[in-house]
Ligand binder design. Sequence first.
Ligand code: DI6
Ligand code: FE
Length: 407
Amino acid sequence: MADWDLLLTDTRLATMNPALPGYGAIEGAAAIAIRDGRIAWLGKQSELPRGDALAHRSLGGCWITPALIDCHTHIVFGGDRAEEFEQRLGGASYEDIARAGGGIMSTVRATRSATADELFAAALPRVEALASEGVATVEIKSGYGLDMDTEIRMLEVARRLGDESSVDVRTTLLAAHTVPPEYKNDADGYIAFICDEILPRVAQRGLADAVDAYCESIAFSASQVATVFDKAAALGLPVKLHADQLSNCGGAALAARYKALSADHLEYTTPAGVDALSAASSVAVLLPGAFLTLSETQLPPIAAFRGKGVPMAVATDCNPGTSPICSLRTAMMLAARLFKLTPCECLAGVTREAARALGLLDDRGTLEIGKRADLALWNIGHPRDLAYWFGTPQLAERMTSGHTTRS
Ligand code: DI6
Ligand code: FE
């Protein structure tokens, strides 16, 4: 029996291994060997142990990084909000549109009236657009149903995208996204419905890998979110939070109190919130697409995250209202240009730290022995190019579990 299924030689590796500095680069002819879909060996080619491989490819100096991971999306939804985009360009505010019955509720109406097949057909090209840039893992949230049937339908569609597309999908229940019309003026009643009905059903059917909520003055209070998180903990589900996006609601501290996998957005997070995330080892997920689309000017506290060792991930937040972006490379570029992340932080943010934000770091997100052989092969001169160029296809090939699934 062969030692390896596939041996790749004459490559340059950006391993993103946290034990190594920067990109964790192995240059000057590196090799990587794959067996049973996992990395069996990697290092300098001159140190390659003796062994035979079923297949061998020499890659002419091509850079390989871990395949990319988009750890925050709302990629399943009905309709779109292009008309609202035009209204906003004409001067209407996000709030004006919401008051007129548009905004997030217009997506809820379109999602409720869409069949599972329609939601799947609309989402598939968006997922494949991410894949075309080297993404192999995508997190997908519910949250445009806000009733039992549609929240479940969204999660089923997300699972089906994982089964039938070329990416691995992690699902998140975001029933606590906003208060649906059925519970107008009774947010507590909706929270009780989530805890008593939706969460147990979703958990029992294994439809969600995590639970998210929107902690904001226009959505749910910290104590309402805590009620949802208590129920999630009782059901053994990890939590994450849309925190401090539009105002300081103490979201980061709340997420930290529940040892959240991540707290996301964080534009208005205070130094105390940064300390809390640091102590809880939660990941800060930065979403520059929403920052751009909302013309936000309050920057997330990047220097404080760095100073306190809070890991930073970068994601698209792909959604029809505040982040119509199906490009993780664009999110990397925006994180560099708007948030001044270094190109190395941008790449770590869509590989290692994105894996950490999904609780998957033991399995993927870096090039290390034993991890899934999810690889992105690039036509680039240096890994910094990935945050520098935008709108430029540079993926040569993507492998998932050691097989070429995009080229
Ligand atoms: N924060 C956001 O930016 C989106 N959801 C959230 O919790 C907005 C979603 C939308 O407007 O459709
Ligand atoms: Fe979001």
